[in-house]
Design a protein around this ligand. Sequence first.
Ligand SMILES: Nc1ncnc2c1ncn2[C@@H]1O[C@H](COP(=O)(O)OP(=O)(O)OP(=O)(O)O)[C@@H](O)[C@H]1O
Ligand SMILES: [Mg+2]
Length: 386
Amino acid sequence: MFFRLMYHIVLPIYVIFVIFSSITLNRSQNHFLVILLGILFITSIYLESIYPRYKKYISAIELILLLLFHFTSQLNWCFSIYIILLSKFLFQIRGALKGIFLGFVMIAFYSVIRISYTPLDSYSILAIGSDFLTSLAVVLIIQYIIEVERQKNVLKEEKKREELRLKEEKMNLLSEMAAGLAHEIRNPLTIIQGFLQHSKHNQYNIQPWYDLFLSEVKRMNKLTTEFLQFSKPNVSLYQSHSIHECLTTVISLTESRANSLGHQIVYREYNSHLSIQMDFDKMVQVFVNLINNSIQSMVDSGTITIRLLEINNNAVVEVMDTGIGINKADLEKIFNPFYTTKPDGTGLGLSICQKIILDHGGTIEAASTLNHGTSFTICFPINSAE
Ligand SMILES: Nc1ncnc2c1ncn2[C@@H]1O[C@H](COP(=O)(O)OP(=O)(O)OP(=O)(O)O)[C@@H](O)[C@H]1O
Ligand SMILES: [Mg+2]
C-alpha cells in the first residue's frame, strides 16, 4: 500500500511539479521535450508493475529517462526523484554493499548532469558532497528497514512451518489411529462375516451363535470407544483372568474360519491355572491377530499349535504355524507399524499386539524358518503382573 502510494502517486506528482517549475522558471530549453520525458518516465514506473517479468529492463529504462528528464528540466529538485527511484531499486536488490554502490552511481549521474547546467563553484562542489552523504543515509535507512522486514518474515515463516509440522504430526497420528481402528474392527467383522457366509451356504441355523456375534459386536463397540479416547490400556479394566480361558475364547472365534480353509488348531498342552492381570478383550485381540497371521501364512492345509506353559515363573504362550515362514531380514521388521507383505494388510496387527503385550508387562518374540513355519512366544511374568 505504502509502496503504491509512494511510486504511483507521490512520484508522478513530483515529476509533474518539476515539469511545471521548469517551464515556469524558464529553465527548460524545450518545453515539449521536458513534458514528453516526464510522461515517459511516469509511464515506465507504471509499466514495471504491469510487467513485473521485465523489471530489470524497465528499471534501466526508468533510470535513463530520469537522466534525460533531469538534463532537459535543468532543475536540482530532480534530486528527490533520484532518491525515490533509488529507494525503489534498493527494495529490489540484496546486500548493503550493492545498495551503497548503486546509490553512489545514481548520485554520480545526477552530479554530472547538474554540473552540465550549473557553474562549478565551491557551493556546487559542496552541494554534490551533501547529495552523496544524503544518498548514503537513504541507502542505510532503507537497508535497515529491509533487514527488519526480512527478520520479521523469517520469524513468520518459522511460525508457519512449525504450525504446519504440528498439523502434519496430528494428521499422521490421526491416520495411524484410524488405520489401527479399522484393523481391529476388521477382525471381528471377518469372523461374523465368515459365520454368516458359512451358515447361508449350508442353510445353518445361526441362533446358537447369537451370543458369539453379540460379544464380537460389543468388542467392536468397545474398541471404537477406546480409540476415540486414544486410550492407553485402561488400568481399571485390568483384572485377574485365566490365560487358558482367554485362549479358548480366541480358538472358538477363529477355529471355524481356520477349518473352512483346511487348517486345524491344536491346543493340547496347557496349564489351565495360569492367570495374570489383563484387559481380557485386548488379550483376545492379540491372539486373534496372531492366529489370523498364521492362517494367512499357510497356503496348503496346515496346523496352528498353541501351547500355554509355565517356565521360570513366567506364563508363556506359544503360537506356532506351519506356514511359509519369514526370512531373517524381514523378521526384524515385522513389529514395525505398517510393515506388511500383504496386498490388503495394514501392517498394524503385530505392532498393536506388541504394544498391548508391553502394556501388560510382557514380551513377544518371533522365530521362523523359511518354508517351515513361524512361532511367536509371548511371555508374561506371573508375579509382577499379578
Ligand atoms: N505367522 C506368520 N507367518 C509368516 N509371516 C508373518 C506371520 N506373521 C506376520 N508375518 C509377516 O509380518 C507382516 C506384518 O504382520 P502384521 O500382522 O503386522 O500385518 P499384516 O498381517 O501384514 O496386516 P494386517 O494385520 O492388517 O492383515 C506380515 O505382512 C507378514 O509378512
Ligand atoms: Mg496381521
